[in-house]
Design a protein around this ligand. Structure first.
Ligand code: ADP
Length: 456
């Protein structure tokens, strides 16, 4: 099979679909290659949080924020390893990306919040569960407009280069080889390698062995894009920077089943019922602390306020009642009863909650340095859910410039090749802030589509 089009996009997750829509809006015919039987990638599985400084929403909530603050938190939160120019482009274009998504029909809630490891209340929450809103929005655009074709079950294998320019893609579909000629360019948006245990082990420098740690990722997150880009000379940066979350389901590693409803009103306790970390800290800080606890296992503990009724849902569209029925969450009318349910020392749990409640009164910082508080944990029933470390995101990847053009090992642009999303490196340094990935992939997906359409 052979196709000719203007722009070929490799990967049908959030970055690839943003690039496809944006390339089309800029006049290009587009073909998207997706190796899995459906669109969505890791994007559709994510919690949905999208960081952007948003004076309209934030001022109504009395939240002070600025583009510079988002910049500094992103840069310092990644230990100053990100590229300042890319971060600047990212933070400046995050809110325009919210508006762009809204112009395509995406709905966000009216209030912003602080997501786990996000460090500031600037996360926008889609009105539909998980990351489905993003993918549905892009799919709707694709269905309503001529000129974007999606090939599912079609795995890109190799970039075609002619005279130093990337001009197409060799892929494999269910019926055999597919050759795609791209008149304007190819956008690489094949995601990260969180589901590739061999590659994780090869690059991991900052964590103990990850061989037996599960992942939040979908099985297609195997790093194909990195190898394809490297084969045409792309520079890969920061591959040693792997992000773990302290929020994995003990059986699957997935984010689902997480009973947390906001970072202000819950604590983490270990198997002894003791707190061990600032639960408002960076993701790497929390996960490192969790790895030091018995069996690297913890309980998220919160109260009735988070689940006013038994059919209140968590972020993953699960009701607390169904989680309890499945043995994935536990309930006690008193803290003592909850402690018994989850097998932790009851005196310790009661003391942990009492000390937390004292810090809520004073505003902290508490013994762990926590300053993020809202309400006390005081009203039964109380709930607990188990969580373990899980591999979530790969911060490193293909080096790009602010136009999403791919850079080679000598610092030159590779003509015809653009990249966006988790397959790229250079923005999040050693630790990505919660809520920054969905914003990053929309911002740079959009830029990559525009650059590719313009044959920049
Ligand atoms: P991002 O957030 O950067 O968009 P996602 O994980 O959401 O990353 O999406 C990446 C998508 O790319 C996934 O749907 C994945 O299945 C797809 N993909 C990965 N490798 C290939 C490949 N070789 N060919 C086609 N699609 C691929």
């Amino acid at each position: 099979l052979e196709y000719t089009t203007d722009v070929v996009v490799i990967g049908g997750g959030g970055a690839g679909l943003a690039a496809a829509v944006s390339a089309h809006q800029n006049g290009a015919q587009v073909i998207v290659l997706e190796k899995m039987p459906r669109l969505g990638g890791n994007t559709i599985l994510s919690g949905g949080a999208f960081n952007a400084v948003d004076p309209g929403r934030q001022s109504k909530q009395g939240i002070e924020d600025s583009i510079d603050k988002h910049y500094i938190q992103t840069y310092e939160g990644g230990d100053k390893l990100g590229n300042p120019e890319l971060i600047r482009t990212f933070v400046e274009n995050a809110y325009p990306a919210v508006e762009w998504l809204e112009s395509l029909g995406m709905k966000f809630n009216d209030e912003v919040f602080t997501v786990l490891g996000g460090l500031w209340p600037r996360a926008h929450k889609p009105s539909t569960p998980l990351g489905t809103g993003f993918i549905d929005t892009y799919e709707k655009y694709i269905n309503e407009n001529d000129g974007i074709e999606v090939l599912l079950d079609t795995e890109a294998k190799e970039l075609i280069v002619d005279g130093g320019r990337v001009v197409g893609v060799k892929a494999k579909g269910l019926k055999g080889d597919v050759i795609l000629q791209a008149n304007n360019g190819v956008v690489m948006a094949a995601g990260g390698f969180g589901a590739n245990i061999e590659m994780r082990d090869q690059y991991n420098e900052n964590w103990p062995s990850l061989t037996n740690i599960k992942t939040t990722n979908h099985p297609g997150a195997t790093g194909d894009g990195l190898a394809m880009a490297e084969a045409v000379g792309a520079n890969l940066i920061g591959l040693e920077n792997l992000q773990l979350l302290p929020m994995g389901d003990p059986n699957t590693g997935s984010l689902s089943g997480n009973i947390e409803q906001g970072v202000e009103n819950r604590i983490f306790v270990n198997k002894s019922g003791n707190r061990f970390v600032d639960e408002g800290a960076r993701r790497d800080v929390m996960t490192k602390a969790l790895l030091e606890q018995e069996d690297a296992y913890m309980w998220v503990v919160l109260d009735q306020r988070n689940y006013p009724t038994p059919d209140t849902k968590n972020n993953f569209n699960e009701t607390i009642e169904e989680l309890i029925a499945q043995g994935r969450a536990f309930k006690g009318d008193t803290l003592e009863e909850l402690a018994e349910q989850i097998g932790v020392d009851s005196a310790n749990l009661v003391k942990a909650v009492e000390e937390f409640n004292k810090a809520v009164e004073t505003g902290g910082p508490d013994a762990f340095g926590r300053t993020l508080f809202d309400a006390k944990i005081e009203k039964g029933p109380f709930y607990a859910g188990p969580r373990v470390p899980t591999v979530h995101h790969t911060m490193g990847g293909i080096e790009i410039n602010t136009s999403a053009q791919v850079i080679d090992k000598n610092g030159n642009i590779i003509p015809g090749l653009y990249a966006a999303g988790e397959v790229t490196g250079g923005i999040h340094g050693s630790n990505r802030l919660g809520g920054n990935a969905l914003a990053d992939i929309a911002v740079f997906g959009r830029i990559a589509g525009e650059s590719a359409a313009a044959k920049k």
